[in-house]
Design a protein around this ligand. Structure first.
Ligand SMILES: *Cc1c(COP(=O)(O)O)cnc(C)c1O
Length: 865
């Protein structure tokens, strides 16, 4: 018989052990090995059995054992130490507390969070990044208040059928069995939020709080009695279901999230966020809810929009169009219009926010969540330099007329949280040998002083740990596929703890090209079976449940790895999650990544490998484009220009095999008289010193604070001061400038001062006549753009110089002058443009308005000498 409902009965701890409950309910344990050691001591056998899940541990441990521990002086002393340490971690001032002017709190919204394997609320990179963001924020004292959804079935766990086909299982999670507490009102009743749905119906949700170190994470849960069956299922699974289900999830995350956050601040006294960070488009409705709040406080839609934009940061995470949420416009119109409309917000204004600028006439209009995200945020970023550039091209249509370089989308390259991803042996080595580095995050060069022997021994231990665990997992997987133990003797010898070990683990969308290494099976086989320099490969990855193509790729890999002659050298380990990810990035010598450039926005698994002394072997995409320096790993050459995808794969695969054969394996097996691979260790140390300081999530958080959170807080404060005086003025100004813009023109430009043969060092004197229509010179900036020109007279990396208004006419004309230095030889060009100008703008492109001469001006005929 199946139970109709399940819940977890929590253990009542003896009073002496009360601090244990606190330690279990603060997820800081997940990156604090000393706390995990303490949990293990509660009952080592149970700790292993429950897969290092402390809540499960407390549920499973015998009451007798707890009573014994309550009398165990030594255990109680350790418990008191761990508890003091946590208290100190939670309260002592940290990096952020030494800053001034930063936001009192930042609301951080993400559809998924990868905090620990014991909280399976993530599917891939986006969630893992969000988890690392919270942990690094906690370590640095950045006051983030995070919001997400609690998925009752989380993301699926993966196993294989006998034929190597991916099977999905959705665990049934009971919040009582997770490190969560229900948010309650002061009167003890559960705090609830509600969202009106068309129908009319109501979507209710309760709020769970996960404590991630210093950062509270609010998780909304629609599985409550007041909801109808469909509403209860809104938070059933991560990225399950289709359009309507997805929209409900995003309404709950964005709108419900703001309401939950307000409830939390009201109940606990936590400061209200001054900045809101929208981590990917899925969370974008949060901006609408904040507009609603302000319009109910009597601001107009435009005024509210300015106030909201000033304090909003939007991060885009994908250059793959399929990764962006787009809803049919009718769905959004039904939600925010008709009888369900908010009284103070016109649905047409909402629809405008999500309208695609390059929508094709005649095609069904869609509501694009990324586009809305960008319109609702004054500050937008991608997640690596290259991804920033790709995003500027992808969203160019929102700021027409501006050059790609001026599109106001910046970038902050992702990072990873070292205590989560670095193997314990490496962390302990750092504690022992590099105290300054551990303390301050500086002084990476000290790594060069660590004896090769010591570092190599640790690499060997980590590799052996991976091999041992992989053997267990292979056997387990084969048993699930129907094999008997008698057939599995080979698995005890699978993989070699001494052999060059390469790792490849990722989600399986097609651009990641899981099977590239299978392009030429004979060549791969030769690499694996090389008698002198064998290579072994550990592979993991999940395909999206609806992605049949991805499942086929997994099957191809599994079939190859099943073959008897190679199965001891290439293995597919099912159920890629944080625990397996950590095992792999710590144990592999080489981390391989071969996406189709430039579709990998950043990628972070290679950073985790680097921090463990693994070497990257990757296509120059995402972060690797930025930080590969020729000596810290290998770049697989890309065949970017080759149009035929099959040909391109073939070329890139051949280059990959060549690299492995000629460089990677060679270096690994080149041993000195003492048995050490000196040239390999040189590269490992260079990887650690060159990449270590860059790939840390702490660096990322500092960048977010300095480049985005603090400026956004400053803007938001300015706009809200004195009853939103500046928000009102700014909105009115934008409206006026936008209306008058058709009257703005660059009418005439003339240059003098350089004669017929321009020479280096001369100055060009520029005069421009500009029609301003109804605007005044204060509303605009007239600029010369000048510099090198390309074959089609396009300015390359132009310099901008503001021209001064020399005089104005009664007819709305402005006469402007300026001088340009001819400071470089070669083809030179210039032009003049007019853009809006206001101190509250964050970028000249902000309004998407620009006026340039109708005819190109100012190309020098000859070449400067
Ligand atoms: C790090 C990590 C990812 C993201 O890695 P990519 O390099 O972006 O593919 C995904 N899943 C898990 C379990 C991870 O640990």
């Amino acid at each position: 018989m199946r139970a109709i409902r399940r819940f977890t009965v929590r253990t009542v701890l003896p009073p002496e052990l009360a601090p244990l409950g606190e330690l279990v309910h603060n997820l800081r344990w997940s990156w604090h090995p000393e706390t995990m050691d303490l949990f293990a001591e509660v009952d080592p056998e149970v700790w292993e059995r429950v897969g290092h899940d402390p809540v499960a541990l407390l549920g499973a441990v015998e009451a007798d054992r707890l009573r014994a521990l309550a009398q165990d002086r030594r255990f109680l002393r350790r418990l008191a130490d761990a508890s003091d340490d946590l208290r100190e971690y939670m309260t002592a001032p940290r990096w952020y507390q030494s800053l001034e002017g930063g936001p009192a709190a930042v609301g951080y919204f993400s559809p998924e969070y990868g905090i620990a394997a014991a909280l399976p609320q993530y599917s891939g990179g986006l969630g893992i990044l969000a988890g690392d963001h919270l942990k690094a924020a906690s370590d640095l004292g950045v006051p983030i208040l995070a919001v997400g959804l609690l998925y009752r079935h989380g993301y699926f766990s993966q196993s294989l059928s006998p034929e190597g086909w991916q099977l999905e299982h959705y665990p049934s999670l009971d919040p009582g069995g997770l490190p969560l507490t229900l948010l309650k009102n002061r009167d003890g009743s559960p705090a609830r939020i509600r969202i009106g749905l068309p129908g009319p119906r109501t979507l209710h949700a309760q709020i769970w709080v996960a404590q991630v170190g210093r950062v509270p994470l609010l998780l909304l849960d629609s599985d409550v009695a007041e909801n109808d069956a469909a509403a209860r299922d809104v938070t059933d699974r991560l990225y399950g279901g289709g359009g309507d289900h997805r929209l409900m999830q995003e309404l709950l995350l964005g709108i419900g999230g703001v309401r939950a956050l307000r409830a939390y601040c009201r109940i606990t006294g936590h400061p209200e966020p001054e900045v809101f960070h929208t981590n990917e488009g899925h969370a974008g409705f949060l901006g609408l809810e904040r507009i609603r709040e302000l319009t109910e406080a009597r601001l107009s839609f435009d005024e509210a929009l300015e106030a909201v934009r000033a304090g909003t940061v939007f991060t885009t995470h994908t250059p793959v169009p399929a990764g962006i949420d787009r809803f049919p416009v009718e769905m959004i119109a039904r939600q925010f219009g008709g009888a369900n409309a908010w009284p103070t917000v016109n649905v047409e204004r909402i629809l405008e926010l999500g309208a695609e600028p390059d929508a094709v006439e005649g095609e069904k209009p869609v509501f694009n969540m990324a586009v809305m995200g960008m319109r609702l945020a004054q500050r937008v970023n991608g997640v690596s330099l290259l991804h920033g550039r790709v995003s500027r091209e992808m969203f160019h249509g929102l700021w027409p007329g501006f050059d790609i370089d001026e599109i106001p989308i910046g970038s902050i390259t992702n990072g990873v949280h070292a205590p989560t991803w670095v193997g314990r042996e490496m962390m302990e080595l750092a504690d022992r040998e590099l105290p300054e580095l551990v303390e301050t995050g500086q002084g990476w060069d000290a790594i060069q002083k660590i004896p090769d022997q010591e570092l190599w021994a640790i690499r060997g231990k980590l590799r052996a740990g991976l091999v041992m665990e992989a053997r267990q997992r292979i056997k387990q997987s084969w048993r699930e596929r129907g094999a008997s133990d008698a057939e599995l003797g080979w698995a005890d010898e699978a993989l070699d703890p001494e052999a060059l070990t390469m790792g490849f683990a990722r989600r399986v969308p097609s651009y990641k090209r899981l099977t590239l290494m299978l392009s030429d099976p004979d060549r791969l086989r030769a690499l694996l079976l090389d008698p002198e320099k064998p290579v072994q490969i550990v592979i993991a990855g999940k395909a999206h449940p609806a992605d049949e193509g991805g499942k086929k790729l997994i099957q191809q890999i599994v079939k190859f790895a099943d073959e008897e002659d190679v199965r001891h050298r290439i293995v597919f380990l099912p159920d890629y999650d944080m625990a397996l990810g950590r095992l792999m990035v710590t144990g592999c010598d080489v981390w391989m990544n071969n996406p189709l450039r430039p579709l990998e926005a950043c990628g972070t698994s290679g950073m985790k490998a680097a921090l463990n002394g693994g070497l990257n072997l990757s296509i120059r995409d995402g972060w690797w484009e930025e930080w590969y320096d020729g000596n810290n790993g290998w770049a697989i050459p890309t065949a970017d220009g080759v149009a035929d995808p099959e040909r391109r794969d073939e070329l890139e695969a051949a280059a990959l095999y060549d690299l492995i054969e000629r460089e990677v394996a060679d270096r690994f097996y080149d041993r000195a008289a003492d048995g050490l691979p000196r040239r390999w260790m040189e590269m490992v140390k260079h990887t650690l010193t060159s990449l270590g300081p860059k790939v840390l999530a702490g660096r990322m958080l500092r960048d977010y604070v300095g480049d985005l959170y603090a400026p956004a807080a400053a803007s938001a404060r300015t706009l809200s001061a004195d009853g939103y005086r500046d928000a009102k003025a700014f909105a009115a100004w934008k409206l006026r400038v936008t209306r008058a813009w058709p009257g703005v023109r660059v009418e005439h430009v003339e240059a003098s001062g350089i004669g017929d043969t321009p020479e280096l060092g001369a100055t060009l004197e520029l005069r421009a006549t500009v029609a301003l229509g109804e605007l005044s010179p204060d509303d605009v900036r007239v600029q010369a753009a000048y510099g090198r020109v390309g074959a089609h007279d396009e300015l390359i990396d132009p310099v901008y110089a503001t021209l001064t208004v020399d005089s104005t006419g009664d007819d709305g004309r402005a006469y402007c002058v300026g001088t340009l230095p001819l400071d470089r030889t070669g083809a030179f060009g210039y032009t003049v443009r007019v853009v809006p100008d206001h101190p509250l703008m964050a970028s000249p492109a902000e309004l998407g308005l620009i006026a340039v001469p109708e005819e190109p001006v100012g190309m020098t005929n000859g070449t400067l000498r």
